[in-house]
Design a binder for this molecule. Structure first.
Ligand SMILES: [Fe+2]
Length: 464
């Protein structure tokens, strides 16, 4: 029954969005240049990789998670990749075909969906996880990448966990939230440095929004609730379940980190959409959030709306939330098309200078629903400058992960690790760049054994 339909033509299944359906282990990969001896650990990158041809309409957010791991030690590199073997994926392996519908087909899924674990990875409290925002974290073995199962913090986590938790670099605490289409729309969680969940605070107010990320400062958790609303009542109707409702405006929630949820303060602003914050910090009686801002966001009917989407250009903005007056002021900081912002994570929650983002090169153009990022951008908040490293229009470049130099305590001194896909050769490489000398040739390039599909987020875990 479910297989009786035309082949899936989603743009998210074509080119380097198409899944790679082999798992493997490869030692002693070819390296151009020289891997620094102090780089000893594993770079992980998660992303959607449907094991079976999807049933129904497919969205990039739907695919089964596949974790790619490049381990570096003694100047050598190895590679391993494994699917996140969710309960749903194991069912599908047994059936030999896809059984679950994705985000665009919620009305056909009858409430069943997979915890794909496809969005991010997290290493905290000696455990390693694959994350997806609508479900519990999935624990993996950090070396073998074997799936150990869903993890609920000893029974204390009863709802979903964002794919963008924050580790406070000063305390080692893990701070995160979960969102829901029914009240409480947000729940804020804190785990101590050892990974014990110590608080779960339901937050009153807000909206039934899709909330992908949040930010922390020294004293606050900051939520950006954009009007991309989850309208479960629209399931089965012609109206979108993920509904852009600009007229609802936008809400910013500021919660003291150690407070109860009812101490949240909500600030209203004009609507926009934010997937990712770059960083946040306190400045006197203000909270400052730097984030990649879109004028709007839609998740459905993207191909029909391609022309409209071509004008939906992201940019780096600074939002200042005045705690006394309750006002929110937003200003553009860098007019560069950007996404996947990352910082030197030793500066999370604090005044900082540098950020790194994917961007589009000068040759990129067109009305793709999902632009190919062919450049990296380095933001210098002190100088107010942006440097753009253009890889060329045949290249697709992924999120850059910052790795500090072992002997440096200065912000931004270290390396950037990023996956680079070459469309002409259909190959992928891991580039190791100097974060300081951002425009120079790579320090080292690891040639990977096969292409790695475009994905979402990654992390460097030292010593693993
Ligand atoms: Fe994300």
């Amino acid at each position: 029954m479910v297989n009786m339909q035309a082949p899936n033509t989603s743009l998210f299944l074509q080119g380097n969005f198409a899944p790679w359906r082999e798992e493997g282990d490869f030692e002693r990969l070819p390296v151009r240049g020289c891997l620094p001896r102090e780089l000893r650990g594993t770079y992980y990158r998660n992303g959607p990789n449907p094991a079976f041809d999807p049933i129904g309409r497919y969205h990039w957010f739907d695919g089964d998670g596949m974790v790619h791991a490049v381990r570096i030690a003694d100047g050598e590199a190895s590679y391993r990749n494994r699917w996140v073997r969710s309960k749903g994926l194991l069912e599908e392996f047994r059936a030999g075909r896809a059984l679950y519908f994705g985000l665009m087909e919620l009305s056909r899924g009858e409430g069943r969906y997979k915890n794909t674990g496809n969005t991010n990875v997290l290493f905290h409290g000696s455990r390693f996880f694959a994350l997806m925002e609508a479900a519990l974290p999935t624990e993996l073995d950090p070396v073998t990448l074997d799936t150990l199962g869903e993890y609920d913090f000893a029974g204390k986590l009863c709802g979903p966990m964002t794919a963008h938790p924050k580790i406070d670099p000063r305390t080692g605490e893990l701070l995160f939230f979960g969102y829901s289409a029914v009240p409480p729309f947000l729940t804020f969680y804190r785990a101590d440095a050892d990974g014990r969940l110590v608080s779960a605070e339901p937050i009153p107010g807000g909206m039934p929004a899709m909330v992908h990320d949040f930010a922390i400062t020294e004293h606050f958790a900051v939520f950006f609730v954009c009007p991309l609303l989850l309208r479960l009542e629209n399931i089965g109707s012609d109206r979108p379940v993920f509904s852009w409702e600009a007229e609802q405006g936008m809400l910013w929630g500021v919660l003291p980190r150690n407070a109860t949820g009812d101490q949240i303060r909500w600030f209203a602003s004009d609507p926009c959409f934010i997937f990712h914050a770059m960083n946040a910090y306190e400045n006197g009686r203000a909270v400052v959030v730097d984030a990649v801002r879109y004028p709007f966001m839609e998740l459905e009917q993207l191909e029909e709306k391609a022309a409209e989407f071509a004008k939906n250009r992201s940019a780096l903005w600074r939002f200042t939330l005045e705690l006394e007056s309750g006002s929110v002021h937003g200003e553009e900081r860098a007019a560069v098309f950007c996404e996947f912002p990352r910082v030197d994570e030793r500066w999370i929650g604090q005044p900082y200078r540098y950020g790194f983002m994917v961007s589009r090169g000068s040759e990129s153009r067109g009305a793709e629903i999902m632009p190919k990022f062919s450049a990296l951008a380095k933001y210098d908040g002190k100088e107010g400058t942006i440097e753009v490293r253009d890889f060329g229009s045949h290249i697709g470049v992924g999120e850059a992960v910052f790795v500090p130099s072992g002997d440096s305590l200065s912000e931004g001194q270290g390396y950037l690790l990023t996956l680079v896909y070459d469309q002409r050769r259909n190959t992928s490489e891991l580039h190791v760049l100097s974060a300081e000398n951002f425009l120079e040739d790579p320090i080292a390039v690891v040639e990977l054994p096969h292409r790695i599909p475009y994905g979402f987020h990654g992390a460097w875990v030292p010593g693993v």
